[in-house]
Design a protein around this ligand. Structure first.
Ligand SMILES: NC(=O)c1ccc[n+]([C@@H]2O[C@H](COP(=O)([O-])OP(=O)(O)OC[C@H]3O[C@@H](n4cnc5c(N)ncnc54)[C@H](OP(=O)(O)O)[C@@H]3O)[C@@H](O)[C@H]2O)c1
Length: 327
């Protein structure tokens, strides 16, 4: 498994990581704890050494599962995220950051996460949502620096909103952020223009989330797709979301057909062609999918021709955007 350096930090991680939201036991369906732990073990065997979780996922349950599975692997890198205290997941410009991420809340959540993960230090700690209107506030940063000084975190991150990839750029420019997590996939290429140039200039690590557009790219949905009860994609998305995703994926299929690669491989390779990306984190609790996704790191890069075709679709407005629940 190839590794990439996380911006200016001393952390290096596998270029394919694992998103563990699927191990929350709720909005992505439920499996047993043993199945989740087996899936994480498969990831380790496949060379993955970076795992993303969040306090929000299953209200601490996912962090506990990840902590348990990785307790014998102290060198494996884990990121987690602090939820907004007011529980508003798409932070609004008129929202007061004190209601989302006060220093006291940051400190309290960090302690809970450390306990859940069974670690003395969290490698990367993200704020789980953001808004561009908070460019002039630094109390959150001072609280994170204090955690760094206390040895409780190694890297400071912000997870920016869907289609709002540049909203933390001013803090990035001011040198306050080590890593940004953003939606970046074939359908959502905007970060290439609004986030990556600044990240490259300031050596900020990038974690690419939702590489399969929450499953749309790899699941052969139809426009009348129904999700199991409790699946967030049937609960939190606009009525036309599935049909829009299916339409966009149909425009990509002919390009994939002209290669000997699977859609999932092309989706991950598209992201990894960009060297500003440190790691891509496909979310999965399936051992088979985790193995398959990890194996993509060893494949050759996509040809300029395929890259160009995928980029042209986005530039022409034939594909655009995703939706992952607003965070
Ligand atoms: N605001 C935020 O900070 C935020 C928001 C969303 C996500 N995230 C993080 O990013 C991670 C990834 O995003 P995501 O999970 O929302 O979306 P995603 O990775 O684009 O898609 C996940 C879906 O793809 C399926 N899948 C994975 N590998 C596959 C394969 N090879 N073939 C077919 N299906 C496959 C998964 O099902 P199986 O489980 O069956 O494999 C799941 O249904 C999350 O786990 C989480 O850690 C962060």
């Amino acid at each position: 498994m190839k590794k990439r350096k996380l911006g200016k930090t001393d952390i290096s991680i596998s270029e394919v990581g694992l998103g563990t939201w699927q191990m929350s036991g709720d909005v992505w369906g439920k499996k047993t704890e043993a199945e989740y732990i087996q899936a994480i073990e498969v990831a380790i065997e496949a060379g993955i050494d970076y795992f993303d979780t969040a306090l929000e996922y299953g209200n601490g349950y996912c962090e506990q599962v990840v902590g348990q599975a990785l307790q014998g692997h102290p060198s494996v890198v884990i990121s987690s995220k602090i939820p907004p205290e007011c529980d508003e997941w798409s932070a609004k410009p008129q929202g007061n950051i004190d209601d989302y991420f006060s220093p006291a809340w940051i400190s309290k959540c960090c302690e809970t996460t450390l306990k859940n993960l069974r670690r003395e230090c969290i490698d990367i700690l993200f704020l789980h949502t953001w808004n561009v209107a908070w460019g002039d506030r630094t109390e959150w940063y001072e609280a994170m620096v204090k955690l760094k000084e206390e040895g409780k975190i190694r890297a400071i991150g912000i997870s920016v909103g869907d289609r709002r990839a540049s909203e933390a750029n001013s803090h990035m420019e001011a040198g306050r952020i080590d890593v940004v997590m953003a939606v970046y996939n074939i359908l959502e290429q905007e970060p290439e223009y609004t986030l990556f140039p600044m990240a490259k200039k300031h050596q900020v690590g990038i974690v690419a989330r939702c590489p399969f557009s929450s499953g749309a790219l790899v699941s052969n949905w139809t426009s009348s797709q129904k999700f199991p009860e409790g699946d967030w994609r049937g609960l939190w998305t606009p009525d036309d979301w599935v049909a829009e995703q299916v339409e966009m994926v149909d425009r990509i299929k002919p390009i994939v057909k002209n290669t000997d690669l699977s859609m999932s491989a092309i989706a991950l390779k598209y992201i990894l062609h960009n060297q500003t990306v440190t790691s891509v984190i496909p979310g999965s609790s399936s051992r088979e999918h985790i193995r398959k996704n990890a194996s993509v790191a060893a494949l050759p890069n996509l040809s300029e021709e395929i890259l160009g075709q995928l980029q042209q679709l986005w530039l022409d407005g034939k594909i655009h955007g995703t939706y992952n629940g607003g965070a």
